[in-house]
Design a protein around this ligand. Structure first.
Ligand code: SF4
Ligand code: SF3
Length: 550
């Protein structure tokens, strides 16, 4: 096993990477190796798919499988080795189908080699020795750390793109250029690229592709559930039976709400599903009762204390504890061995479980949190915002976006929010906000000082706000009184970071630590080209941002 795809990876003097029998996230060696082998096979599908797309044809089921399978390999998504054995078998069948379609469409074309020709065995025991062919560590030994790191950047960015595209697809949105872009990136990786400039170019192309994917996801979410609006969300429980839904997937939350309609069971959101309360068609369900708990890394305590079943719909799952292992369900790409999985969108079993569990005995005094400042809401008050900046009432915007995590160093973002001067506006996005979003940050120019744009899945909304502000001030995004402070943890954040770079956004502050897969030489390139800066201290970074803007 060798994995260095997330921020919490094992770090030693010798470098970064989880390389023992279990990663910091709880992913075991067998599962990690199977995930690498699945990626290798997806490269093989990509080799044929990209050629099929070039002929103006496509296998929609293969494109869809590719997104789903990539999503299962994100950090904290699927830990179930048997699911990977099954996915590897499905990948081989899918590859054969796409190959046959390509050869039929291009008579005389030759069968491809590399991952496209790989034949996996059927059982876990037989597959284990085969996983060596796909080892990331072997890649580093062959091509050197710089190239291996850049290939990892492309792969991890691609995983994020695929996850966002899958979220959009389950709500009925696909685009041919997205499937073609994903296939192209997989084909590129299969070609064993070693040219640093070509790798950087591919990473930026993925960032550009991801901008379209985020736009598609935004259209999927708002098209299905309406445009987010400012909403006060209850954060304390109500007496009665209860279900907790965590992760990001709005369609799964909707499925749970439908399955519990009229039953008297209350549905609560957890973590990145907090922004779901701001969608008109979701908040119209009277039993969408409130938000419970905080961010993903606190789930073991929070799920244990929750008196009903829990549904985990996407990242970020951590090892279910005995206290709730028999009442947690996984859905979509998520999985844990022995945990019941809902693969068909039918949440009746969860409703049944809620009826059999105690629920909340008492109603706690009401507390609420104000959310729902997506692009339409913020742009709806654009005149007020622009006027407040021009009159000097608002001096600067800080977008604090991205992930939370359990590792030390994350208090930087709380410090940042607390120490940002009162004449600045804080915009939040992703689960990093849970450390400070329940605090009162006051108001400014008639607006709340903290405006929550939504999930990490809503990054498009944040980019649209930045672009609209640059229109209003007739300057580039880099000349706005705006600083982006990004906390990364997993591969969705890598995709968003690549999007920012592809859009030419400079001087992003990145933390709490820099990706272990990027070598100092590659980081220097990113610093030179894009001005990416590691975080230092909240005080120093705030001062530097305000000085630069002055
Ligand atoms: Fe380690 Fe992160 Fe990989 Fe888990 S996902 S094995 S914590 S690098
Ligand atoms: Fe969080 Fe996993 Fe990334 Fe969606 S829930 S931002 S870490």
């Amino acid at each position: 096993m060798f994995c260095y795809q997330c921020e919490q990876t094992m770090r030693t003097d010798a470098g970064g990477g989880c390389a023992s029998d279990k990663g910091v996230c709880g992913k075991d060696e067998v599962t990690a190796d199977l995930q690498d082998l699945l990626i290798y096979q997806l490269e093989g599908i990509g080799q044929y798919s990209t050629r099929l797309h070039a002929l103006g044809e496509a296998d929609a089921a293969a494109d869809s499988f590719t997104l789903y399978a990539l999503f299962t390999t994100l950090t904290n998504v699927n830990f179930n080795r048997q699911r990977f054995v099954d996915l590897i078998a499905e990948a081989a069948r899918t590859r054969d189908r796409v190959r046959d379609a390509y050869l039929a469409a291009a008579p005389g074309a030759e069968k491809l080699g590399g991952p496209a020709a790989f034949q996996p065995f059927q059982t876990l025991v037989e597959l284990q020795p085969q996983t060596k062919i796909a080892s990331l560590a072997a890649g580093a030994a062959t091509f050197g750390e710089d190239v291996a790191g850049l290939r990892a950047l492309v792969l991890y960015g691609l995983k994020g793109v695929a996850a966002y595209a899958h979220h959009a697809e389950v709500l009925g949105r696909t685009r041919p250029e997205v499937a073609a872009g994903v296939a192209h990136a997989l084909d590129f990786l299969a070609s064993e690229p070693s040219d640093i400039n070509a790798l950087l170019e591919e990473a930026l192309a993925l960032g550009k592709l991801n901008f379209g994917v985020m736009e598609m996801l935004d259209a999927a979410n708002t098209g299905s559930f309406g445009t987010p609006e400012p909403t006060n969300v209850r954060t304390t429980p109500i007496a009665g039976k209860a279900i907790l839904v965590s992760g990001h997937d709005l369609r799964d939350l909707h499925g749970v709400l439908e399955a519990t309609k009229g039953t008297g069971i209350n549905v609560y959101t957890h973590g990145e599903l907090l922004p779901a309360h701001s969608y008109p068609k979701l908040k119209a369900y009277p039993h969408l009762a409130g938000n419970y708990g905080s961010a993903w890394q606190n789930q073991q305590l929070e799920f244990a204390a929750f008196p009903g079943p829990i549904v985990m719909t996407s990242n970020c799952l951590i090892e279910p504890q005995p206290a709730y292992r028999n009442r947690i369900f996984t859905a979509g790409p998520v999985g844990w061995p022995g945990v019941r999985h809902i693969g068909d969108g039918n949440f009746a079993m969860v409703a049944q479980a809620a009826k059999a569990l105690p629920g909340f005995a008492e109603t706690a005094p009401e507390k609420t949190i104000l959310i729902g400042f997506g692009r339409d809401t913020v742009l709806g008050v654009a005149d007020t915002v622009v006027g407040a900046v021009k009159s000097g009432v608002v001096k600067h915007f800080f977008l604090i976006g991205g992930c939370d995590g359990a590792a030390p160093g994350r208090n930087y973002y709380t410090d940042f929010a607390e120490k940002a001067p009162q004449d600045t506006i804080l915009m939040t996005l992703g689960c990093g906000k849970f450390r400070f979003n329940m605090q009162d940050h006051g108001t400014i120019g008639g607006l709340p000082r903290l405006l929550d744009i939504g999930q990490c899945n809503d990054s498009y909304s944040a980019i649209r706000i930045a672009l609209a502000l640059s229109d209003a001030f007739q300057c580039g995004v880099n000349d706005l009184p705006l600083t982006l402070v990004v906390s990364w943890f997993e591969q969705k954040a890598v995709a968003v970071l690549l999007t920012l770079l592809a859009l030419g956004v400079r001087n992003v502050r990145l933390g709490p630590t820099l990706p272990a897969f990027l070598t100092p030489a590659v980081l220097n390139v990113l610093v030179d080209k894009f001005g990416i800066q590691p975080i230092t201290t909240a005080e120093a970074d705030i001062e530097a941002a305000l000085t630069r803007a002055a």
